[in-house]
Ligand binder design. Structure first.
Ligand code: SF4
Ligand code: SF4
Length: 116
């Protein structure tokens, strides 16, 4: 699959995203398993207002990549989730019916204090 040119965007499209109960559990597990220095470094980064609390600005990538929510995995590849830097990759249609229900918005309803 062709990839998105995310390098250098500094998390431009990483804002508050909807999460499911299962996704929250996985993220919690991941955060708890991080070495404490790595965890506090990630937590204490200064981000732009609205940037996802897990975006790693120093490394210019998602700080929880292996457990990122489904919506983050889909971004750029679906017509409803177009990346303006490479809109031609957004070719699929979201199947709304099969999606698990969301329990809240990451970065707004759930912040760092919920993952410790
Ligand atoms: S999906 Fe698009 S806007 Fe988002 S980081 Fe990647 S290239 Fe940038
Ligand atoms: S979880 Fe990762 S990919 Fe999703 S919005 Fe946050 S930083 Fe971006």
């Amino acid at each position: 699959m062709e990839t998105l040119p995310c390098q250098g965007c500094k998390g431009l499209c990483c804002g508050p995203v909807p999460v499911t109960e299962m996704e929250l559990k996985k993220i919690k597990k991941k955060i708890k398993s991080m070495p404490s220095k790595m965890r506090s470094d990630l937590e204490n980064q200064t981000r732009y207002y609205g940037t996802c609390i897990f975006y790693d600005l120093e490394k210019d990538r998602c700080g929880i990549h292996s457990v990122r929510p489904d919506i983050c995995r889909k971004f750029g590849y679906y017509k409803e989730l177009v990346c303006f830097r490479k809109p031609e990759l957004a070719t699929k249609n979201l199947d709304q019916t099969s999606s698990e229900s969301h329990v809240g918005i990451l970065s707004m309803d759930f912040t760092w204090k919920d993952f410790k």
